[in-house]
Design a protein around this ligand. Structure first.
Ligand SMILES: *[C@@H]1O[C@H](CO)[C@@H](O)[C@H](O)[C@H]1NC(C)=O
Length: 121
């Protein structure tokens, strides 16, 4: 019994390590640039979210407090739930790949990576 408890503890510990390694939120880079266009009188912003982690990430969530737009953004790309936005419906974003979307509002907001889950690392 004691050895079972021990191996369970080891498994929990290992999964914590791999989760910590995989999360790599600091390598999910978000770039916002003015597109130069105006939509319904609001400046348009192009946002690029790049996964610079060494492995695929899924369930990527961004902090998007106060996010509003007069230009529709497909919920398949970004869906807002309170102060959190889910990227590409939580689907996998391979290492080195980017997701792009544009929105129009003044002022722009700063998106921050909030959560993600590493796949296969
Ligand atoms: C902004 O995004 C739009 C739509 O994807 C694209 O046509 C345009 O070239 C982009 N502009 C800049 C400055 O990146």
């Amino acid at each position: 019994m004691a050895s079972m408890v021990k191996s369970f503890a080891v498994i929990v510990f290992l999964s914590l390590i791999s989760k910590g390694y995989c999360a790599c939120l600091d390598k999910i880079n978000i770039l916002t640039a003015r597109s130069g266009r105006e939509i319904k009188g609001q400046p348009e912003w192009n946002v690029t979210v790049t996964n610079n982690c060494p492995c695929t990430q899924k369930l990527i969530k961004l902090t998007c407090q106060g996010f509003q737009t007069v230009e529709p953004v497909s919920p398949a790309i970004l869906s807002k739930d309170g102060d959190t936005c889910l990227l590409i419906n939580g689907k996998e974003l391979p290492a080195g790949s980017s997701v792009y979307f544009s929105y129009a509002w003044d002022p722009p907001i700063i998106f921050w990576p909030k959560d993600s889950v590493g796949v296969g690392c």
